[in-house]
Design a protein around this ligand. Structure first.
Ligand SMILES: *Cc1c(COP(=O)(O)O)cnc(C)c1O
Length: 432
């Protein structure tokens, strides 16, 4: 391959991606767009630097500004989440979970959490499934009994199972997270039987910041792990909140156990995103949840089997559709992508029982974080629902619908709920 050509081609592909994004509606529940100030921090010189260890006690020289920024990020997170201790060094949510497992358990211990089909994340998976909990940290994994009707952990059955299994760690949270988990109801039982209590807030940490979901630290969780780029519109990075008692164990499990360099540009970007959430988070996340409920209702009214209609579809940024009457999740995900509507297929809790697996699942997962960030409200949710219906139920040619989606998206290019929003959300930033 000619190096010059490869260089030009890579840059060209980046620009094409940006152009494409400008004309799409992005409903991936784990994604979001950052403010121009966050993007600026990500391309700063911090990305060239190393700073192992805690701020103020680094193993590298040249860190005086870097240290100050990391202290700022920690203080902002402590304020926002009323946390006794914060670690902003995990480079992703997956790394945050591995650090949490390392701090709280030994290989061979047992963790109780959600199965992947019921919304658990692959980092919580068993060894035979290649999940990080089993395959990397050597945990035995037991699943929470799940109430499929209410799409939540079954409290009574779980309390009984905790008493029987006596897990060393109980981890709440997941990737399909429609309603607050019964942390308050189950933490005491877990602790009485000798378990530590953790909460994986990767998807909902932004909603927690905005006071729109639950407050796991007040409900009994000792450690909260997070990604910082889902409902929290920050850089792709991770974070851990915990009690004072566990601070040293968490810090040591992050460094030196899990990270060397911890991506200092992302720490700076996180500080900015946390400041934005302190200022705009309540308003932003209230609209995210309103939009998710509105989109659920609009889709339901058009004939889609949106889960949990009797619970208003969701209390978070996410809704789930049982799509089996129209095809399989993968086929419909692809069809919608051709119409410039980007979302992802997802397992339904009962899929494994009915012989469906993750490649061809029965569900679609839809999130409203990104469209809300671009200023959309309930009215726009009705328009999005109509586009989805035309592609999936009316079987209109996706390419034809794509033309209209592009036109629709034109009015939603600016980032809202941020200090500065002059640069458009999907603009390719060229350095002259
Ligand atoms: C996304 C996610 C993670 C992993 O986060 P990354 O930042 O992608 O590594 C962990 N747990 C849950 C529940 C998630 O949804």
């Amino acid at each position: 391959m000619d190096p010059r050509e490869a260089f030009e081609r890579t840059r060209g592909l980046l620009k094409e991606h940006h152009e494409w994004m400008k004309g799409t509606v992005n409903l991936i529940a784990s994604e979001n767009v950052t403010s121009p100030a966050v993007r600026e921090a990500l391309i700063s010189d911090f990305q060239h630097r190393y700073a192992e260890g805690k701020p103020g006690e680094r193993v590298y020289a040249g860190c005086k500004y870097i240290d100050e920024v990391e202290f700022l990020a920690m203080d902002l997170a402590k304020q926002l989440f009323k946390a006794e201790h914060v670690n902003v060094q995990p480079i992703s949510g997956a790394v945050a979970n591995l650090a949490m497992y390392t701090a709280l358990t030994d290989p061979g211990d047992t963790m109780m959490c959600l199965s992947v089909a019921c919304g658990g994340h692959i980092t919580m998976g068993k060894k035979k499934l290649g999940g990080a909990a089993g395959a990397v940290h050597g945990l035995e994994v037991e699943y929470f009994p799940f109430d499929e009707e209410r799409m939540n952990i079954d409290v009574n059955a779980t309390a009984e199972k905790i008493a029987e299994v006596k897990p060393d760690l109980v981890t709440f949270g997941g990737s399909v997270f429609l309603f607050p988990h019964p942390v308050k109801e189950l933490s005491e039982v877990a602790k009485e039987h000798g378990a530590r209590v953790a909460y994986d807030s990767a998807h909902v940490i932004g909603l927690i910041a905005g006071g729109q979901f639950q407050d796991p630290l007040r409900e009994g969780a000792e450690v909260v792990t997070a990604s910082t780029h889902k409902t929290l519109p920050g850089p792709q990075h991770g974070m851990i909140l915990c009690t004072k008692e566990l601070a040293d164990r968490i810090d040591r499990a992050v460094f030196p156990s899990m990270v060397s360099n911890h991506h200092l540009h992302a720490v700076a970007a996180l500080a900015i995103a946390l400041a934005e959430m302190l200022k705009f988070g309540r308003e932003y996340t209230a609209q995210i949840v309103k939009n998710a409920r509105a989109l659920g209702k609009e889709l339901y009214d058009r004939g889609f089997k949106v889960l949990c209609p009797e619970q208003n579809f969701t209390a978070s940024h996410t809704i789930v559709i049982d799509i089996t009457e129209y095809g399989d999740g993968q086929e419909l995900e692809k069809r919608l992508e051709r119409a410039n509507i980007i979302l992802n297929r997802n397992l339904l809790p009962w899929d494994p029982r009915e012989g469906r697996h993750y490649k061809h699942p029965g569900g679609l997962r839809i999130g409203t974080s990104e469209v809300t960030r671009l200023g959309m409200k309930e009215r726009e949710m009705a328009e999005i629902a109509e586009f989805i219906k035309r592609v999936v139920i009316d079987q209109e040619e996706p390419e034809k619908v794509a033309v209209e989606v592009r036109e629709f998206a034109k009015d939603y290019q600016k980032v809202h709920y941020a200090f500065e929003s002059e640069t458009e959300a999907y603009e390719y930033i060229e350095i002259p």
